[in-house]
Design a protein around this ligand. Structure first.
Ligand code: AMP
Length: 468
């Protein structure tokens, strides 16, 4: 190889090497560069969704009180508990409640699930209970079948005091009875239940007839409102075409004046509906329940027939435009058939728990406190802690409500905790008691203490505390 070529190759080699070296240095430099500290963002905190609330321990006594009372009332009136799923097929409510109602057209929490099914969080429970009645062939049971339920409902409403997107209802449904006595019994139930809670109630009642007599009335109503269309709110202009009955319960200021002279459905009831309504009122009169006849009460759901009613707290002002009904209900004689069952008369109601609790608070109604713990178990030292752990379980098995401190706080701190918990007795297990096989029983009110045999703790406490 000529010397020149050799040299050229050598130069090229060293140039390549130089480039390689430079690259390596660059990489090294890069590695050696101080790693910039990544800023770690504080994890974001979360809030409940708009219109939804946590029910905290401080609220518990109200919820327990109202729920327990409602359940006892329902059982006394012969209603049996039913629980239906919170998630249902959207079509169930489209069909039962009605596509043109606010609930279905504006307020449904509906979505398509992973299996491509259109599902929704239930906005109310009557449709679900009727679905269940039909699905499980309950028309073969002795009629009426009377249901009681409690649970959350979901409506994408504008949140405000007493109006939430997730709220709870207590409800009754009596399926398979056409007599007006059933409507009256349900009204009477609510009246007595609210009275028992300490709430005075105003009952608004009306009849919206059956599909036959309602059609003639609707024509009359539409004719009346058509001449006043330009003065109506946007929603009412739509209602005029899609759901004329709801013109009567519009809450907009501008629409109120037209209601005064609007035709009243009671004047259009067929004989059957009229007799039924008179029957309900007679039963109410008989039982001494006072009510207001409200010809403009129509309720917002399509399934109602004949009787409709709402309950308001007595201190609510003015009947018209009131938005704070504690509950409402009515007859729905067409719904069972509409959801695939045989023609079956039915009637029901739902009460809003949040609104009832709000009223109890507003009226400063005293609610009994929840059950307080019976015993506090204070322990000192490792061995006592282990021994007390087993004793606590024994006491609990015997029905005592026992609290304790898991950490190593001294006796003074533990007695302070026992005082806060409001217990009548504190059991004290220290090192000495462990050795002696005893335990100290301290009466919290006077501070008197006695020493008892550790193995007889449960018997001794049974003598002192009468369990309910
Ligand atoms: P409804 O199913 O519309 O007849 O409602 C029955 C009762 O449920 C009402 O009278 C209220 O007490 C309660 N309720 C209805 N909607 C709401 C809501 N958005 N927030 C709280 N309570 C409600």
């Amino acid at each position: 190889m000529p010397k020149k070529t050799k040299l050229k190759m050598k130069n090229k080699k060293s140039a390549d090497q130089k480039a390689k070296n430079e690259k390596a240095v660059k990489v090294l430099n890069k590695v050696e560069q101080p790693i910039k500290e990544k800023k770690i963002k504080a994890p974001r905190s979360f809030q409940t969704l708009k219109g939804m609330k946590d029910i905290l321990a401080s609220e518990n006594k109200y919820w327990e009180y109202v729920k327990t009372k409602a359940k006892n009332f329902a059982l006394n009136y012969g209603y049996e508990a039913i629980e239906t799923p919170i998630l249902e097929e959207t079509a169930l409510f489209n069909r039962a409640v009605g596509n043109e109602t606010d609930i279905v057209s504006k307020e449904m929490f509906s979505f398509v699930d992973q299996g491509e099914e259109n599902v929704c969080l239930r906005p109310e429970a009557t449709a679900s209970v009727v679905r269940s009645y039909v699905q499980h062939g309950m028309l073969n049971l002795p009629q009426p079948v009377k249901f009681f339920y409690f649970g959350p409902m979901f409506r994408y409403d504008r949140p405000q005091a007493g109006r939430l997107r997730m709220f709870h209802q207590i409800g009754l449904e009596a399926i398979g009875e056409e007599s007006p006595i059933m409507d009256a019994e349900i009204i009477f139930f609510v009246y007595n239940f609210l009275k028992d809670l300490g709430l005075k109630t105003v009952i608004e009642i009306n009849s919206i007839g059956c599909p036959k007599c309602r059609e003639a009335y609707k024509t009359k109503l539409v004719n009346y409102y058509r001449d006043r269309k330009s003065g109506l709110c946007e929603d009412c202009q739509k209602r005029l075409v899609k759901n004329p009955l709801r013109l009567l319960d519009c809450k907009e200021e501008g629409c109120q004046t037209y209601k005064e002279d609007a035709p009243q459905i009671v004047d259009w009831l067929c004989d059957e509906c009229k007799n039924h309504f008179v029957g309900v009122l007679e039963y109410l009169d008989e039982s001494g329940v006072t009510y207001n006849l409200n010809p403009r009460l129509v309720r917002g759901l399509d399934y109602y027939t004949k009787t409709v009613f709402e309950f308001f707290s007595d201190n609510a002002d003015g009947v018209e435009g009131r938005q704070d009904a504690l509950g409402g209900g009515g007859r729905y004689d067409g719904l069972v058939e509409y959801l695939g069952g045989r023609p079956t008369p039915a009637c029901g109601m739902a009460l809003g728990l949040e609104r009832i609790i709000l009223k109890l608070k507003e009226n400063n109604i005293e609610i009994p406190a929840l059950r307080k713990p019976d015993i506090f178990l204070a322990q000192l030292g490792e061995q006592a802690r282990k021994k007390s752990f087993i004793l606590i379980e024994e006491l609990r098995k015997s029905g005592f409500y026992v609290v304790h401190s898991c950490s190593k706080k001294g006796l003074k701190k533990q007695l302070e905790m026992a005082n806060k918990d409001g217990v009548k007795y504190t059991l004290i297990l220290g090192q000495k008691e462990v050795i002696d096989g005893t335990i100290i029983v301290r009466e919290m009110e006077g501070g008197a203490q006695e020493i008892v045999d550790f193995n007889k703790t449960v018997q001794e406490m049974r003598k002192k505390i009468i369990l309910q």
